[in-house]
Design a protein around this ligand. Structure first.
Ligand code: UDP
Ligand code: MG
Length: 309
């Protein structure tokens, strides 16, 4: 199989048949062996029956039907595991991405990239969405060193190994280019068009902007410290512990040998608090280490680019 196109759909009954038509005539797919994996993410409209209907005529269609609305990350995970193409493409099912552009993704991959991500350079609709998105993407570039403009663009293509090695849950799918980059894969960006939605409605509101900050923290933390949590918690923990210990030791010794009473209530409490906080942090780090030890590392968790036998 050459190409797998993975598309999460949630309440897109009016869009799926047009989408499939566009895929069938996409120049990137014509003449290739390809499949499209549509993940119906618990739709409550007619999406699933529409998909079943389409599948009767089109053998390239594969459907994964979720019983509940599990979210895009779950949909991608299922799709990536089932995909058998050497190249795995993702796009949205709402016609905001145009299958006609698939060929540009493929040619950029062929030039040596491991992952190609789209950049909706004309902005994503209202300024209420574009400005926060700009700020967010610049922050991500500065913090991670990956210079791309649109980390969350759903239109992407990657080599099979990249997709199969991704471990995405929650909102991590927005960081797919970065997750690949920190494993040493070459990430490139190409400009894509952004078409307005014609049918159905956007599933995400303004709330995602607030979640973005937390997602950023998660992704930075897991990429740097997920294999050594004690290094994250241990340093502030030890610093607090030592500082607290010295403050209180000083007060106790001074009280014992010089003044006869401990005194300095505020300082004493601060010392005790620092000691408690320090022990808490170190314990958290050690708990984290236990979690890491409990997980066996598999081949797909390692930053392998090629294996030459
Ligand atoms: N989607 C999904 N599960 C969800 C929400 C969305 O599979 O819980 C799909 C949706 O059908 C669409 C894509 O994810 O194909 C992007 O969603 P949407 O167009 O609502 O997001 P936006 O373009 O507004 O960012
Ligand atoms: Mg959309």
């Amino acid at each position: 199989m050459d190409i797998s196109v993975v598309i999460p759909v949630y309440n897109e009954e009016k869009n799926v048949s047009i989408l499939i038509d566009k895929l069938m005539s996409s120049s990137g797919l014509v003449g290739k062996e390809w499949e499209v994996i549509l993940i119906d993410d618990g739709s409550i409209d007619g999406t699933f029956s529409e998909l079943q209907h389409l599948k009767e005529k089109i053998p390239q269609i594969k459907i994964i039907h979720f019983g509940i609305n599990a979210g895009k990350a779950a949909a991608y995970s299922a799709g990536f595991q089932l995909a058998s193409g050497n190249v795995i493409l993702t796009m949205d099912g709402d016609l905001q991405d145009d299958p006609a552009e698939i060929s540009s993704f493929l040619s950029t991959l062929a030039k040596g990239a491991d992952l190609v991500v789209g950049w909706k350079y004309k902005g994503k609709g209202s300024t209420g969405k574009t400005i926060p998105s700009k700020i967010f993407n610049s922050l991500l570039s500065i913090l991670t060193g990956l210079k791309i403009n649109d980390s969350n663009c759903p239109f992407r293509a990657m080599k099979k190994e990249v997709a199969k090695g991704l471990n995405i849950y929650g909102d991590l799918y927005r960081f797919i280019p970065y997750l690949a980059f920190q494993k040493g894969y070459k990430v490139t960006e190409i400009k894509v068009e952004n078409y307005p939605r014609q049918f159905g409605s956007s599933k995400y509101g303004i709330s995602r902007l607030f979640n973005g900050v937390m997602d950023l923290m998660t992704v930075l933390f897991i990429s740097r410290y997920s294999k050594r949590p004690l290094h994250f918690f241990g340093i502030p923990g030890l610093a607090a512990l030592f500082l607290g210990f010295f403050i209180d030791a000083f007060l106790v010794l001074k009280g014992f040998f010089i003044t006869g009473k401990i005194g300095h209530t505020a300082l004493l409490i601060m010392g005790v608090m620092l000691i408690i906080i320090g022990i808490q942090f170190i314990s958290l780090g050690l708990l984290g280490e236990l979690l890491v030890t409990a997980k066996t590392i598999e081949l797909k968790d390692l930053p392998i680019k090629d294996i030459v036998r």
